[in-house]
Each structure stands twice: as structure tokens, then as C-alpha cells.
Design a protein around this ligand. Structure first.
Ligand code: AMP
Length: 373
């Protein structure tokens, strides 16, 4: 089967790696001449709005998908008119706009922080009277890895924050004092079959994900599943969906969803029976879904800015490096390391994880780490 992907970054690359064993071939439409997925298929180097490139992609591919949500939904819709494309451009339109997304959560009874739309500095002042301080101002679209956001602590922070986000349509939301950040990743097939991965516990620094841990047997697993299930069914969704959650005591507040495979699910490559990448491909191509069980404790450590030596990583039993073939640059995701419990117990797992975090420059996180239980 031929699969067309809008985007050619590491998510497209890992889909292609997973698709090889399903006998799939790939074509990537990506404006970046250095697209790191390119060695894993054919690369159409063109902007997403290039209708001729999309026609070529649609002619070659049997099914199409996308690997990130910062593509205007209309560019995806024009491809969707020519070929089976999942998740739908309608799901993308909701997920890429924080206001539509939060309204969708609320309409489905999914709890969120207090939020208000903001189009002007005056709107922001009025909104703060409702949501209170501290709060976070976020651009409605194009935000990722903490970009397009400003924290508001005092009333005098408002004008600078408004300038900082570029005076574009935003939402402002109250700051949630969360106990921890979690995400639930699920897949829905073309026939409506559902599969859920165990929750991931996620740790960020400077707005960028550093560490995810699988949390099998989490007491609120079924609550998280019921929240994401509402979205999957409402959006008639096909493919992998990720929902980021703040845990406050026993409750969840939804932060955002991503209509694609997700960084917090990278541990599923070695840690689950079927990876999120394979299940996304299975879903969009009409195949039955694979089992999402994660038999042992797993973790993922992101490599940000700097690569690490493969031999050193392999000295940690149960660790597998994944390099994306990108050049090193500060703040850039250049790879990740997956770690699974290889049978010698959680204490040894936690020690190895702390060692890998130190290797990745996350010393503070290594010390703070709440042991996997
Ligand atoms: P986002 O781009 O919305 O995923 O936000 C990036 C990170 O900022 C999240 O992973 C949280 O750590 C933090 N954050 C975002 N929104 C809130 C909020 N309403 N309350 C507390 N922390 C937040």
C-alpha cells in the first residue's frame, strides 16, 4: 500500500519505519529540503499549498495522512477531496485552534481550565477579570513546544504579554496547579474499533517535553479513556489521537489534543505490543488495530539539541536509541532514547533511567524523578 504524508519530520520518519513491516511505501510532501523522513520514501519538496504537488501525491498514494497540525485545514481539505485522508480536515480544524478545541472539550463535558477568547488588549484585560491571575495567554494557532505563550502573574504583565505573543487571536486560560502532567493516546479504526495505550506521565522543561514514563495500572486510566473516547467518536476520528491532561488530585483537566502520533507515545515503539506509529497506519489504511498492551515499565528520554554516542546508550540494558538524522541545534529534537524494564526489576530500571537522563543533560530531572512503581 502507498501512503502519502503531509510533512517529512521525525514523526513521518517513524511512521515509515513502522510501515515497512506492513509492506507500505511512503511519499512525503514537505517544503524542507532537509526533511529527515526523505531517506525512507519519496520526497516531494514543495509547500503545502502547492496544488500540483498534492495532485501528484494523491495520484501515487492509496491513503494520506499528516504528521503535524500547523497546516491550515484548507490545505489538507483540498487533498482530502482527491484521496482518502485521515484524520479528517474537520478534526484538524478543531485541534489546531485552541479556542475551537477548548469549546469542543467543554461541549463534550471534558473539564478544562477557565478560558476566554482574546482578540485585543482590552479583551485581555476583561478576560483576566473572569479567569483571574496567574493565567497563560496562548495564540489560537501555530503554538508548539511552549511557543506562542506568555505567563501572566500581575496586571502590569498584560501589555508586554500581548506584544510578546504578536497581537494575534489568542485564548487566555487560568493557570492549573497540577499534581502531574499525563497524556492518553488512543486509536480509532475506520470501523470505529478503539484501542487505548496506558497513560504516559510527562515532564517538560522550558516548554519542551524531556521525559515520558508509561503508567500502567494508573487508577484514573478508565477516566482518561472515557474522555478521549468522547472526542474520537464526536469527530468520527480515524487514526491516533493524543490528549494532554493535567491531573489535580483525582481529577483531570484537558489541556490540548494532537490529531497525530505524539512525542509522549514514542515509548510505545519498544514498550507496547504495537507502536502508536503502526496503529496509526493500521487505522488509516483500514486494517484491524494491533494490541496496545505495554507488558513492562517503559520510558522515553528526548535528546534535545545534542546527539549522544550510540555505544554509550547501548551500555544501558533495555535502552534503544532513535536518531532522526537531523543536525544538532539548540532546542531541536534530534532523537530519543527508549528504555524498557528488561526483567531485572524496577529499581534497576530507575537507576538506568536516571543515568540516561544525566546523559541527556537532564540532571535536575534525574534527581527529582518519582520512581516508577
Ligand atoms: P501547551 O502548549 O498548551 O501544551 O503548553 C505547554 C506547557 O505549558 C504544558 O505542558 C504545561 O506544562 C504548561 N501549561 C500550559 N497551559 C497551562 C495551564 N493552563 N496551567 C498550567 N500549566 C500550563
Amino acid at each position: 500500500m502507498n501512503v502519502g504524508i503531509l510533512g517529512g519530520g521525525q514523526l513521518a520518519q517513524m511512521m515509515a519505519q513502522a510501515g515497512a513491516k506492513l509492506d507500505m511505501s511512503f511519499m512525503f510532501l514537505c517544503p524542507d529540503p532537509q526533511a529527515c523522513a526523505a531517506p525512507f520514501g519519496q520526497h516531494l519538496c514543495a509547500p503545502f499549498e502547492d496544488e500540483e504537488a498534492k495532485r501528484q501525491l494523491a495520484e501515487w498514494a492509496d491513503v494520506a495522512t499528516y504528521e503535524f497540525e500547523n497546516i491550515p485545514a484548507e490545505h489538507v481539505a483540498s487533498l482530502e477531496q482527491q484521496i482518502d485522508l485521515h484524520p479528517s480536515s474537520q478534526a484538524l480544524a478543531v485541534a489546531r485552534d485552541r479556542l475551537k478545541e477548548k469549546r469542543c472539550f467543554r461541549a463534550l463535558g471534558i473539564p478544562t481550565a477557565e478560558f476566554m477568547p482574546v482578540d485585543t488588549l482590552d479583551d485581555l484585560k476583561e478576560a483576566i477579570a473572569v479567569v483571574g491571575l496567574p493565567a497563560i495567554l496562548k495564540t489560537r494557532t501555530m503554538g508548539y513546544d511552549g511557543k506562542g505563550q506568555a505567563v501572566l502573574r500581575r496586571p502590569e504583565d498584560l501589555p508586554d504579554a500581548w506584544t510578546q505573543v504578536g497581537e494575534v487571536p489568542c485564548i487566555v486560560e487560568s493557570m492549573v496547579e497540577f499534581t502531574r502532567e499525563l497524556s492518553i493516546i488512543a486509536t480509532r479504526s475506520r470501523t470505529g474499533e478503539l484501542a487505548f495505550y496506558p497513560l504516559s506521565e510527562n515532564h517538560h522543561r522550558e516548554g519542551i517535553l524531556r521525559l515520558s514514563l508509561s503508567r500502567q495500572g494508573h487508577p484514573q486510566q478508565s477516566t482518561a479513556q472515557s474522555l478521549i473516547q468522547r472526542l474520537l467518536n464526536e469527530l468520527d476520528y480515524v487514526g491516533v489521537l493524543a490528549l494532554e491532561l493535567f491531573q489535580v488530585g483525582d481529577e483531570f483537566y484537558a489541556n490540548e489534543m494532537a490529531p497525530r502520533v505524539h512525542n509522549t507515545g514514542h515509548w510505545t515503539i519498544e514498550g507496547a505490543c504495537t507502536s502508536q506509529f503502526e496503529n496509526h497506519l493500521r487505522a488509516i489504511s483500514g486494517m484491524p488495530l494491533g494490541a496496545t498492551d505495554a507488558p513492562v515499565q517503559a520510558a522515553m528520554v528526548n535528546l534535545i539539541g545534542l546527539l549522544q554516542d550510540e555505544t554509550t546508550i547501548r551500555e544501558f540494558p533495555g535502552a534503544t536509541p532513535h536518531f532522526y538524522g537531523k543536525t544538532e541545534r539548540p532546542g531541536r529534537k534530534v532523537g530519543h532514547i527508549n528504555l524498557v524494564d528488561n526483567g531485572d526489576g524496577l529499581e534497576a530500571f530507575n537507576e538506568r533511567l536516571a543515568g540516561l537522563l544525566q546523559l541527556a543533560g537532564e540532571n535536575a530531572l534525574a534527581e527529582l524523578l518519582e520512581p516508577a512503581k
